[in-house]
Unconditional design. Structure first.
Length: 708
């Protein structure tokens, strides 16, 4: 059968055979070049009258070999059964019919084809005439079907991801919401249909819209904090991360929304913990000083004064010692509550640690008003606090300094209020003391002394003076493990002042300024450790004790200072012993015991100096890791004439024997004193009667000169 005739408006058909053949060749070339399977079937018998090369090859034929074959023979009976309904519908309706069909190629790959059956009607286009045949056009749409399936799969995965995500996700085009996931709906309390189609900015809090619009105009994936409006119009703090996603030639924007309410609450808790005392809830030192500095900046010249009150609780340690730290903590909390209950508007209260409190009062018109406010606080803070069926109470001493009368800086104002408080304690405690210029003079003198001591340390004016000890024969010497007559050496700190000569710590510490004493203590520790190490290298096994009288008014910080010194210079053998004043035992019992235990763990033998004068509770001695007791010149100097003193000494040595501790008497000036001390049971003697104090260089030479 020949190819179907052209339509009426087609070009004239050539009449000569050569031209007709050329036209057919061009038609065949065009058909073979098209990416479509093409064929023509006659209606009668559904036999193939024409097929392009691709169609014939698909079914295993050549273009010439497929012509004349029936459809069933070409596609198979099963395929014919599947497509027959489409053929019948095409012929019955005289309209093009399209359908999708799957086929497996020779390599076993499944392909998707779109098949179009086009009826060949009468050559004049009479729609009611019977079709003469059908054109078959087949397009391989496998790639497009795969792409569409991949798109559908991607959309499904995205939907599952959005639904599974714990973070809110929203998509929008041109600033209009196009999709949202359940977490953002739950976060804001909306239904999905309430959000779709609305402008994104409707959900952003007004004060945050400029930042959100900036992010829209200049896309960036940098997270930033913002706030959205929930269904009630209330703000929800969030973190936003925006991403731009090109899609189908369009720009889709995705916004990840993280609810940061928990984060902000955690920040607030951390900020509160960083700025407040955990026990009382008052501001800590740093936060209070920030508030004080800010208040001073706000108060211009001529504005009402600020009053700074420095509060210290009198005899607070006695509460801890008598009832324990839980009772002390309860008392501090109760005092803080009373304090807060009496503060005027705008006042700020803080705790500087221990039993020290500070209060900043704004707009104080006069010194008298400040003092009256202090007296009201004093009365309130002195009220008893109930704890464990008991009434706990202490009295506060309050020092007051005013801005700008007493200082123009926060640090100086605090020092002046502190100085006024100490003046109040000296005046009898439980008072409100106003700062006076004379107190500033004392502070300045102390600061100058601090500077002068620092200069003396830098210039090498401080020395350790050493004095040997005599070990008496008998049990005491055996307890010490000593050989020969030398029982060890005591090191004491001395300042060789250019104008005042040799000074003991008691001559210049003036009440024990903490910073100055700390630097002197650390220097003495390091120097004693270096000296002991030097003697060890000389082969001299001489026990060395460092006397800390006048350098440690309280136990707090002592173990840390010794630990720092040992980190720089390890302990020698025999280890450096520390002689601690008995007055330390009058402080916080728990702190003292903890400090003594820590020092013992560092390897330092501990001696109690000037025993019998510091008011130590004898029952406490058995709980402390002591290596021995020292009695001082005040007792030794009364021998041998004073029988009562001799009896006291015998009592001390008897107690020491019971505890397994040696006793060393210091300040022995005469042979008669030495005999009396031997009779009283002292195992070690130290004083000018045996050897005078000497410098470190002289002591090293003395030790090297031979056995002693």
């Amino acid at each position: 059968m020949s190819p179907p005739p052209p339509p009426p408006d087609a070009a004239p058909v050539p009449t000569d055979l050569a031209s007709a053949l050329a036209l057919l060749q061009r038609f065949a070339l065009m058909a073979d070049s098209m990416p479509v399977l093409m064929a023509y079937y006659e209606q009668d018998g559904l036999r193939c009258a024409y097929a392009n090369r691709a169609y014939a090859a698909t079914f295993g034929h050549t273009p010439g070999g497929i012509v004349g074959r029936g459809l069933a023979e070409i596609v198979g009976a099963e395929a014919l059964r599947q497509i027959e309904p489409h053929i019948e519908r095409m012929f019955a309706q005289r309209q093009t019919v399209s359908y999708i069909r799957s086929m497996v190629d020779a390599a076993g790959q499944v392909h998707q084809f779109e098949v179009s059956l086009v009826p060949h009607l009468h050559e004049h286009g009479d729609a009611f005439a019977d079709p003469q045949g059908a054109f078959v056009l087949i397009n391989d749409i496998t790639r497009f079907q795969d792409a569409q399936q991949a798109l559908r799969d991607g959309e499904e995965r995205l939907r599952k991801f959005m639904d599974a995500s714990v973070e809110g996700i929203a998509f929008h085009r041109e600033g209009v919401v196009s999709d949202v996931n359940p977490p953002i709906l739950q976060m804001l309390g909306y239904r999905r249909e309430d959000m779709l189609g609305r402008p994104v900015m409707d959900f952003v809090a007004p004060e945050h819209r400029p930042r959100a619009q900036q992010g829209y105009a200049h896309p960036s994936e940098q997270p930033y904090e913002s706030a959205l409006l929930d269904h009630r119009g209330e703000q929800v703090p969030v973190e936003l991360i925006a991403r731009v996603l090109p899609r189908d030639g369009d720009t889709l924007r995705m916004v990840v929304v993280r609810d940061i309410r928990d984060r902000q609450a955690a920040r607030a808790r951390m900020r509160h913990l960083a700025e407040h005392d955990t026990l009382t809830g008052l501001r800590n030192r740093g936060a209070f000083m920030d508030a004080l500095g800010a208040a001073i900046e706000r108060h211009a010249s001529g504005a009402p004064s600020l009053a700074l009150l420095f509060v210290d609780l009198d005899h607070f340690k006695q509460v801890n010692d008598a009832h324990g730290h839980l009772a002390g903590d309860a008392l501090l909390r109760g005092v803080a509550e009373r304090l807060l209950g009496r503060l005027r508007d705008g006042a700020v209260a803080g705790r500087f640690g221990g039993d020290e409190f500070v209060i900043l009062m704004p707009e104080v018109a006069s010194r008298a008003e400040a003092q009256e406010a202090g007296l009201r606080l004093l009365a309130a803070m002195a009220e008893p606090v109930a704890w464990g069926g008991q009434q706990l109470s202490v009295t506060p001493t309050i020092g007051v300094a005013l801005y700008p009368d007493d200082s123009h800086s926060a640090d100086t104002l605090l020092r002046h209020a502190d100085a006024a408080m100490y003046a109040g304690k000296a005046a009898g405690r439980a008072v409100v003391a106003m700062f006076e210029p004379a107190m500033a003079t004392a502070i300045e003198n102390g600061q100058r002394l601090d500077a002068r001591v620092a200069e003396g340390l830098a210039r090498g004016e401080f020395h350790l003076m050493l004095q040997p000890r005599l070990a008496l024969a008998g049990d005491a010497a055996g307890l010490m493990g000593l050989r020969g007559r030398l029982g060890g050496l005591q090191a004491v700190l001395r300042w060789r002042h250019p104008e005042r000569g040799w000074l003991a710590p008691a001559d210049f510490t003036e009440g024990g300024r903490r910073r100055m004493l700390q630097s002197l203590l650390e220097w003495a520790l390091q120097e004693a450790l270096r000296l002991a190490t030097r003697w060890q290298a000389m082969g001299v096994a001489a026990p060395l004790s460092l006397n800390l009288n006048g350098l440690v008014p309280q136990a707090e910080g002592l173990a840390a200072a010794v630990g720092r010194a040992l980190a720089q210079q390890p302990m020698a053998e025999p280890p450096l012993a520390l002689e601690l004043p008995e007055a330390l035992l009058a402080g916080d019992r728990a702190l003292v015991r903890r400090t003594f235990d820590q020092l013992a763990q560092l390897g330092a033998p501990l001696w109690l100096d000037d025993f019998g004068h510091g008011g130590a509770a004898l029952a406490d001695l058995r709980h402390l890791p002591l290596a021995g007791l020292l009695v001082g010149p005040s007792l030794v100097g009364a021998l041998p004439q004073d029988a009562a003193t001799a009896a006291v000494l015998r009592g001390i040595t008897t107690l020491a024997d019971g505890l397994g501790l040696p006793v060393c008497a210091t300040g022995v000036a005469t042979g008669a004193q030495a005999d009396a001390l031997r009779s009283a049971g002292c195992g070690l003697l130290q004083g000018g009667w045996y050897e005078p104090p000497m410098t470190a260089a002289d002591a090293s030479a003395w030790l090297a000169s031979g056995p002693h």
